[in-house]
Design a binder for this molecule. Structure first.
Ligand code: ASP
Ligand code: MG
Length: 417
C-alpha cells in the first residue's frame, strides 16, 4: 500500500463523461489499497474563457479579482469529481486551495507556493479512507487572505507540491499524451517515448519549449526528489494493472537512470524574436546601456551575441527576447538610442530556437560541433548560439524549424528503430 497523488489536466476533465473516466482511474488505485489525493485542472478551454472575460470586463483589471475569477474553473471540476466518486461508493470530498490551506506569495496570477498543511488530508486517509479531490492552480495568500493562482499550467505545480507535502510515493500526471518524447512527435514521427528522464534534463526540455509540464513543477520535483510519472488519461482505466508498469515517462533523479544517452531530447520554440543593433560603439558600458533598460522594463533577454569589431570602433550586437515583449523591447531600445549609440536596429520575429538537451554533454566534447556541421549541410543558417553545461540552442529562420529538428533528432541517434 502506498500514497499517490493523481493529477488530471483540462482535456481529461473536459466533460462529465471524461470526469467519470477519471473517477474510474481513481477507483482502481483506491481498490488497490492506496491513499489517494487527486488534483484537477479546469475543464479544457475554461480558464481561457475566464481570462477573456476579465479582459473584456476591463483591460486594466485588478489582479486580485482576476485570480478570484480564474480560480473558479478548478472549483467546479473538483466538486464534480467528488460527486461522481461518491456516486461510485467512494468516500471523497473536494478541497479548495484556501481550505487546505495552500499558502502562496501575493504575486497574483503567478503566485509561488510557500507552504501546504497536509495534516487534515492525511488524517482523513487514516480515519476514513477518504479521497481528497483538490482544486489545482490556486492557493491563498495568508497576509491578505485573498485567493491566488499559480500561473498558466499551474495545476502541475499544485500536484507536485501536494505530493511533497503529503509525502506521497509518487505524483502521477495524467494527460493527453502518454509520456515525454525525445521531441514533439507531431514534428518528428520517429520521436521516441522516454521511459525515464532526469529532473535536470526535463527542466531544460520544459524551459526550452516542450509543453508537457509547467517548468515550476519540475523544479519542485527536483527539490523534493519527488518522482513524477507522466501518463495518459485515455487508457481504459480497467485495462491497467495497478501493480504493473503502465506506459509513461518517469521523471526522477539521475542516479535512477541506468542507460543514458549523450542527448536526451530536442526542444524548440517559435516564441522568441531577434533584435540586432548595427554599428554600436565598441566601448565599455554599451552592454549596460542596452540591457539595463530592458531589465528595468522586466524584459527577459535570452541569447546574446556580440561581434568583435573589425576596426576597433564599431560592432554589431544581437539578442533575443520573448515574442510577447518584442514591441516593448524595440521601444525601450529606441528610447535609449542616444545613450547606446547605434546606427541601425534590425529585427526579426520569424525565427525559432532549437535546443539540444542532455546531461551526458557534461562528459562529452564536440556534441554541438556535430550539430553545426549537420545544419550547414542542410543550408540552415545559424543566427545566434547559446550553450550551457547540458544544452545548446541555435536561433534559425522559423521556416527551417522542422528540418532542423528532424536533422538533429537523427544525428544524435534518437530516432525510433
Ligand atoms: N486551468 C489552468 C490553466 O489552464 C491551470 C492548469 O490547467 O494547469 O492554465
Ligand atoms: Mg497542463
Amino acid at each position: 500500500m502506498g500514497r499517490l497523488v493523481m493529477k488530471f489536466g483540462g482535456t481529461s476533465v473536459a466533460n462529465i463523461d471524461r470526469i467519470r473516466n477519471v473517477a474510474r482511474h481513481v477507483k482502481r488505485e483506491v481498490d488497490a489499497g492506496h491513499d489517494v489525493a487527486v488534483v484537477v485542472s479546469a475543464m479544457a478551454g475554461k480558464t481561457n474563457e475566464l481570462v477573456d472575460w476579465c479582459r473584456d470586463a476591463s483591460p486594466m483589471h485588478d489582479a486580485r479579482e482576476y485570480d478570484a475569477v480564474v480560480a473558479s474553473g478548478e472549483q467546479v471540476t473538483s466538486g464534480l469529481l467528488a460527486i461522481v466518486l461518491q456516486g461510485m461508493g467512494i468516500q471523497a470530498r473536494s478541497w479548495q486551495g484556501w481550505q487546505i490551506p495552500i499558502k502562496t506569495s501575493d504575486a497574483h496570477a503567478s503566485a509561488r507556493i510557500l507552504e501546504i498543511d497536509g495534516s487534515e488530508i492525511v488524517h482523513r486517509f487514516k480515519d476514513r479512507k477518504e479521497v481528497a479531490v483538490i482544486a489545482g492552480f490556486q492557493g491563498i495568500n495568508p497576509q491578505t487572505n485573498r485567493i491566488t493562482t499559480l500561473g498558466r499550467g499551474g495545476s502541475d505545480t499544485s500536484a507536485v507540491a501536494i505530493a511533497a507535502a503529503l509525502r506521497a510515493d509518487r505524483c502521477d500526471i495524467y494527460t493527453d499524451v502518454d509520456g515525454v518524447y525525445t521531441t514533439d512527435p507531431r514534428v518528428v514521427p520517429k520521436a521516441r517515448r522516454l521511459d525515464k528522464i532526469a529532473f535536470e534534463d526535463m527542466l531544460e526540455l520544459a524551459s526550452l519549449g516542450a509543453k508537457v509540464l509547467q517548468v515550476r513543477s519540475v523544479e519542485l520535483g527536483m527539490v523534493h526528489n519527488m518522482p513524477v510519472f507522466v501518463r495518459s488519461s485515455f487508457d481504459k482505466p480497467e485495462d491497467i494493472d495497478p501493480h504493473g508498469t503502465p506506459p509513461g515517462t518517469l521523471i526522477c533523479s539521475e542516479e535512477e537512470i541506468m542507460e543514458s544517452h549523450v542527448v536526451t531530447g530536442i526542444a524548440f520554440t517559435k516564441d522568441e524574436a531577434q533584435i540586432s543593433l548595427r554599428q554600436i560603439e565598441d566601448k565599455p558600458g554599451v552592454a549596460a546601456a542596452i540591457f539595463g533598460p530592458l531589465a528595468d522594463a522586466n524584459i527577459n533577454v535570452d541569447m546574446i551575441v556580440q561581434n568583435v569589431s573589425e576596426d576597433g570602433k564599431t560592432t554589431d550586437l544581437t539578442f533575443t527576447v520573448p515574442a510577447a515583449d518584442y514591441n516593448r523591447a524595440r521601444e525601450t531600445i529606441a528610447a535609449a538610442k542616444a545613450k547606446i549609440g547605434y546606427a541601425r536596429l534590425d529585427s526579426a520575429t520569424d525565427v525559432s530556437k532549437v535546443s539540444v538537451i542532455g546531461s551526458g554533454m557534461r562528459s562529452h566534447a564536440g556534441v554541438a560541433a556535430k550539430a553545426f556541421k549537420a545544419l550547414s549541410e542542410r543550408n540552415i543558417n545559424i543566427r545566434a548560439i547559446t550553450t550551457s553545461e547540458i544544452k545548446f540552442s541555435v536561433l534559425i529562420d522559423a521556416a527551417y524549424t522542422e528540418l532542423a529538428v528532424r536533422t538533429l533528432h537523427t544525428l544524435y541517434g534518437l530516432d525510433q528503430a
